[in-house]
Design a protein around this ligand. Structure first.
Ligand code: HAM
Length: 457
């Protein structure tokens, strides 16, 4: 490295990697609020939280999500994890004992989604022996190497829920969706639209038969399609229906609809899901093109869009995936679930003005003098214990400067403690929005603030 390059490297400023970002206060307050609402709503429906690893065996995602899907074929962060002999070789090398053993490694990936992990955990912990169904929810970061844009990141966050085992009664599908809509309502998301569809099951008299017809229809119009859709005719013809390309829309409108090819079982199931949604007062729109980009789905699929998000407007996706647990080596098990894109949820809340968070401290303590500092420390301790957010400056400031600082921090009150206040044990509280000042004996002050808090909450 030349001197100049070394200097440049030394001065280099580090930045978050493309597609990742820092979430900062006060916005994180809103994230916490959304997560807290999810904990509350999901637990009223009997769901328990599962915490999953951030990385898993690559083969788990390939098998569950599907090797031909965009997620697995292009978007996963995959790396080699030295294991077994390879790890031993490394340790030995570190110890200075070089050996001739051949290195082994396994491929691991950062999770692009969590349904596969939940199913893996269901099998690994023999959850089929628990009372069925098992209801689990999770929240945390997922990773996909997509082209970053508004609402699309390479590290993004999901809040999801899965219900495994028991029956595939349509009431389960409807209740999962009802829970989701209850959450959106409670968190304050406005203008959300629920789209539903049924993509049948994998049999000749159902989806397989439909896909064969779709493929034949697509072959006939192949020349008019873009290169992505042309490729998908062979790899995954259903995904052509997902295309957003303007030039393909008129052609797609002429393709056969899956609803006309569902077997009797799937048709009845779908009709009953819709009826059960109506019973629950959940509004929906049908969208025959809703096929979802992951291979494990069957029967019910659904997506929710929200305003203010531009082209990445799906704030939640989900569906039924009976058979996935079995595909991963477990017993035949019914399953359905969803994942909310938390980044997009927050964006939509902010765009609609529902994203206000309480900024600033409750109380700024302006103190002058050694004795006042001791009293201020004690006051801060008591106030924090009572749940107030308190700023206690570590250095003495003139009162004028302290009040200016309190304003900048958006504090509601300034508690003024000088020699007089301490010797008289009567403290001064200034309401910063009105400039009003009032004096309180020490015990009354805490009571006054408590009352104010009750009124404002
Ligand atoms: P998904 O449709 O791939 O489904 O993702 C669910 C949601 O995650 C999307 O609707 C979107 O809001 C958000 N999302 C996906 N990719 C990104 C990204 N790059 N940046 C920001 N947000 C994103 C699943 O992941 C399934 N596991 C859902 C599921 C659970 N199905 C059954 N159970």
């Amino acid at each position: 490295m030349s001197d100049a390059t070394a200097k440049k490297e030394e001065r280099r400023k580090f930045q978050a990697i493309r597609g990742t970002r820092d979430l900062l206060p006060p916005e994180t307050e809103l994230w916490n609020r959304a997560e807290q609402t999810a904990h509350e709503v999901f637990s009223t429906f009997g769901y328990g939280e599962i915490r999953l690893p951030i990385f898993e065996d690559t083969a788990l995602f390939a098998r569950a999500v599907g090797g031909e899907t965009d997620i697995v074929s292009k978007e996963m962060y995959t790396f080699q994890n030295p294991t077994g002999l390879a790890a031993m070789v490394r340790e030995n090398e570190m110890l200075g004992t070089l050996t001739e053993m051949s290195p082994e490694s396994e491929l691991i990936s950062l999770r692009p989604e969590a349904t596969a992990s939940v199913c893996r955990a269901y099998i690994e912990h023999n959850m089929q022996q628990l009372p069925q169904p098992v209801k689990l929810y999770y929240m945390g970061p997922m990773f996909r190497r997509e082209r970053p844009q508004k609402g699309r990141y390479r590290q993004f966050y999901q809040i999801g829920a899965e219900i495994l085992g028991g029956t595939d009664a349509p009431g389960i599908d409807a209740e999962v969706i009802e829970m989701l809509m209850t959450f959106f309502d409670k968190v304050g998301l406005q203008g959300a639209t629920l789209y539903i569809n049924s993509i049948g099951h994998n049999a000749d008299n159902c989806r397989r038969g439909y896909v064969a017809q779709l493929k034949a229809a697509l072959e006939k119009v192949k020349d008019k399609l873009g290169s992505d859709s042309q490729r998908r005719i062979d790899t995954n013809p259903l995904r052509v229906l997902d295309s957003k390309l303007e030039s393909e829309q008129a052609i797609i409108a002429t393709l056969p609809h899956i609803a006309d090819h569902l077997c009797d079982g799937c048709k009845t199931h779908y009709a009953e899901v819709k009826r059960q949604l109506e019973v629950r007062g959940v509004l929906y729109q049908e969208n025959w093109r809703l096929v979802r980009g992951l291979d494990y789905y069957m029967r019910s699929t659904f997506e929710i869009t929200a305003p203010g998000l531009g082209s990445q407007n799906a704030v939640c996706g989900g569906g039924r995936y009976d058979g996935l647990v079995e595909l991963l080596g477990g017993p035949p098990t019914k399953g359905i679930g969803f994942a909310i894109g938390e980044d997009r949820l927050i964006l939509s809340l902010q765009e609609s003005g529902k994203g206000q968070v309480q900024q600033g401290r409750d109380i700024y303590i302006a103190w002058m003098g050694e004795k006042a500092y001791a009293a201020a420390i004690r006051a801060a301790k008591d106030l924090r214990k009572a749940g107030f957010s308190v700023e206690l400056p570590p250095l003495e400031q003139k009162f004028g400067k302290a009040l200016g600082q309190a304003d900048k921090l958006g504090a509601k009150y300034a508690l003024i403690l000088g020699d007089n206040e301490v010797s008289e044990a009567v403290w001064t509280l200034k309401t910063l929005s009105t400039g009003e000042q009032a004096k309180f004996p020490e015990p009354d002050l805490l009571e006054f603030l408590r009352q104010q808090k009750k009124v404002s909450s």
